[in-house]
Design a protein around this ligand. Sequence first.
Ligand code: NDP
Length: 499
Amino acid sequence: MTTQTHIAVENPATGEVIGHVDDMTAQEVGELARRARAAQPGWEAMGFDGRARILKRMQRWLTDNADKVITTICAETGKAYEDAQIAELSYGAAAFGFWADKAPKYLADERIRSSAIFVKGKRLVLRYRPVGVVGVIGPWNYPLTNSFGDCIPALAAGNSVILKPSEITPLTSLLLAEGLAECGLPDDVFAVATGCGPTGAAVLDEVDMIMFTGSTATGRKVAMRAAERLIPASLELGGKDPMIVLADANIERAANHAAYYSMFNCGQTCISIERCYVEAPVYDDFVARVTEKVRAIRQGVPAGPGSIDVGSLTFPPQVDTVERHVDEARDRGATVLTGGHRGPDKGYWYEPTVLVGVDHDMACMREETFGPTLPIMKVADAEEAIRMANDSEYGLSAAVFSRDLKRGEAVARRLNAGAVTVNDALINYTALELPMGGAKPGSGVGHRHGPGGIRKYCRQQSLLISRFNPRRDIHMHPYKATRTRLLGRLLAILNRGVS
Ligand code: NDP
């Protein structure tokens, strides 16, 4: 029996309800999966070229409908127009082109050479086949990039996809599903399962592979269920990403990066700068510059291009988390240099905040804050900075600033993070050729982007193809034929060895 209810979607910057979506039951998800499974062979049979035509049309559709897409993202996330334009729309448009072009290369048959004597002269091939139906479960911070974005390589590989967006931000996914249909994607190849956690759990129970992005706690539940079902899971989880500023860094550049990439998307980015370690000689200068820059940030309700720098928080409970981290740090002796308060009653707000006098006993240095805060800690030298940066259950991303590129790279190589930038931050995510994923279990298992970012949506099949020799094979008893051939081969190799 279906007992469907509806979920109200709010604009978190204003508190207004902007739409309703179905809270899908397990039975409804089962029906989506049945249809997706029936549609998949036809989609696979269209081949790379047939699929690429549709993906490229969708790339065009995204740019033609840019304003509509950005407005929808801003309305359901409360983020600034530029945050949606730069980190979502342009990512999506680039990704459609990238996976359409790269899928045939990354998934091409590979000719394998073997040193095994019994397979000499035979053709050995490794091929990639789509798994069938892929489930993508995504978070609310980037509804296009981190939720829908993972569907693109899965589709390019020839899978059907069921996307379960966060209940907080489902409207972007529904709009993009309309776009795919307009671009000629065959019916049922892509479906959006709107709903809460149980809908995500139902998706997990139906699919052949799961791609999950979200918190470490939910990721653990997803991994356990995937293990029970023996399906592959790729998990992109939390981060507590450190930035290290060495004494020889260009301090203005480092301060700009710290201010911009800690507050980008109101700090709700898995690879945002969450904590900073600065060598003592440049600490005061760095802190003064960062504080001035963060104080100048314009926060408010997004109202088109250039209207604000930083919007609201997206997920209501996040305001409490941010407040808890700042209050606890203050109670333990930290100083708030700017910000440090919740915003107005309407919507979900916390001010851009800079904290100093922090240490590793504080939640703001250990737990993912996922908000507009930057705690900065003074360190004696690079060794202490590396030790502190690595003192975390997370290992997603990190940044090092130094004018000495060799030294910067040497420090980067000692950080236990999946992706490290030197004199930069976050933009590595736009290089879709470069794999991105966690280096420690708290930040996930698996990668997106690069060849592995599409091969994970495939099963490997290895082929061994022997030539048929009518003279030898037809008239002999099959057992004798095989034995003779193997012995002949062995003798030939031994003879070669003694000559
Ligand atoms: P959650 O883990 O709370 O939720 C993620 C998704 O899982 C949502 O769609 C949620 O549905 C769904 N879900 C909840 N319970 C279950 C369940 N039992 N089974 C299956 N699905 C379930 O994460 P958030 O949405 O709060 O996202 C923020 C987190 O995501 C942060 O920790 C951030 O670091 C991480 N993140 C990681 C990224 C990376 O690349 N490593 C990128 C972006 C974010 P619903 O929302 O409806 O409850």
